[in-house]
Design a binder for this molecule. Structure first.
Ligand SMILES: CC(C)(COP(=O)(O)OP(=O)(O)OC[C@H]1O[C@@H](n2cnc3c(N)ncnc32)[C@H](O)[C@@H]1OP(=O)(O)O)[C@@H](O)C(=O)NCCC(=O)NCCS
Length: 170
């Protein structure tokens, strides 16, 4: 029985492991080892996860089977897309499912929870950035009704890459 709930501080290490496995599988085939390692160093350390955990205006939900972490979603309020979507937005910043558990609707469970949380905040839009070549994730977001509204450049290690910006009415 899969449970979705807010993450605890002592679960961050397990979440980091899931994030790295999932990120590695999705992005390593298309990027240099050097860029992957720079990205991990700058983004995926336990210290960084702990810092992010304490940030206000964020929420972290995870999916568990018994006590095993299968995936997580991080949400945050910010004004990055204010010019395009206005003030009432929530960013779906990270969504990662363990590679051995993808395609089992765990991402969908986390998306449901994210939308429920957004409704509770009474925001108008949920938005996110997805790599232009991450076709599986794009397909997933399209199923969830997300539409493209722009793009931004994202530095992956030393490589500037394009992220599509997707939005969905809450
Ligand atoms: C993208 C991701 C979050 C989706 O979560 P998931 O639990 O695997 O997805 P679900 O089982 O809920 O799938 C829902 C739909 O998405 C699509 N989909 C998801 N993963 C897919 C995959 N690996 N291959 C093809 N289609 C996929 C399918 O169309 C599926 O619809 P269906 O059930 O009608 O076939 C997950 O696969 C993941 O963590 N991927 C790697 C990391 C990543 O890219 N994160 C997003 C960064 S922006």
């Amino acid at each position: 029985m899969i449970q979705v709930r807010l993450a605890r501080y002592d679960e961050l290490a397990a979440m980091l492991e899931v994030a790295m496995l999932s990120f590695e599988e999705t992005f390593a085939p298309h990027n240099t080892r050097e860029d992957m390692d720079i990205f991990y160093r700058d983004n995926y350390t336990l210290e960084k996860m702990q810092q992010e955990f304490r940030q206000p205006n964020t929420a972290l939900f995870l999916a568990l089977d018994e006590e095993r972490v299968l995936g997580f979603v991080r949400l945050r309020k910010n004004d990055e897309v204010k010019e395009k979507l206005g003030d009432s937005t929530l960013e779906l910043q990270r969504l990662y499912i363990h590679p051995q558990h993808q395609g089992k609707r765990i991402g969908s469970l986390l998306m449901e929870k994210a939308l429920e949380y957004a409704k509770g905040l009474k925001v108008d839009w949920m938005w996110l950035g997805v790599w232009e070549r991450n076709f599986n994730a794009q397909k997933f977001y399209a199923k969830w009704g997300f539409e493209r509204f722009g793009e931004h450049t994202f530095l992956h290690g030393t490589d500037p890459q394009i992220d599509w910006l997707l939005k969905r009415k809450v």
